[in-house]
Design a protein around this ligand. Sequence first.
Ligand SMILES: [Zn+2]
Length: 271
Amino acid sequence: MKSLVYYSRLSLLLLFLLAGCSSVPITGRSQLALIPSSSMLSMSFQQYDEFLKTHPLSKNPEQTQMVKRVGHRIQKAVETYMAENNLSHTIDDYRWEFNLAESPEVNAWCMPGGKVVVYSGILPLTKDEAGLAVVMGHEIAHAVARHGTERMSQALLVQTGGLALSAAVADKPETTRQLWMTAFGLGASVGVILPYSRLHENEADRLGLIFMAMAGYDPHAAVEFWGRMAQQKKGGAPPEFLSTHPADKTRIQNLKAKIPEAMTYYRNAAP
Ligand SMILES: [Zn+2]
């Protein structure tokens, strides 16, 4: 006969798992979130400041302004979208920031709390403002859907067996930092590349298209951008961005299928 202790342990575990679940805005998929949003944000703001201190920013004023302009327009779109869907509370603590780093790396990312970095090395591939909106919309969508938190929670669960997660964060700062880097697409710098899953990529593509469309950018630019990324793959080592965001035929077909939904937002976007 199973003892009372067994059942109380089981219910504790269930409670723990329930508490560690939240759902993705828009799609409503439930996801693992073992780290409280407040901890994620304070880690994010710290890591972002650290990044800015140790990496030079672009000295090109036009390109820097373009990154900030596109970022602010997408930020507005996200805020509108979340307000319309009664989800504003999920981005209340965001402290949006958009910076262009001077680096040949083909990369871009958004940490929790709206902390965005675009690397100048990706600009030849984004080509114009709409192309940049594709990348920034997609990265911001990963953050809004809390994919990084989910990736980090999964990694922590594997590493610690689901026990004392908050302790792991506090006691193993180096492990935590590396998990952070890989979870947010900065893996190249620590030598570990963890591609986003197809599920995450699909969600970020769908949301990203909606956000860029609401910001007034034609979502068709996404098909062109990912086509150019796929071309890149053919010559030599793939850029960082491609290692975390695989570009293939299936992805581009899925993107095309998502354009009509995004176009309904584009037509309603303020000029
Ligand atoms: Zn992605």
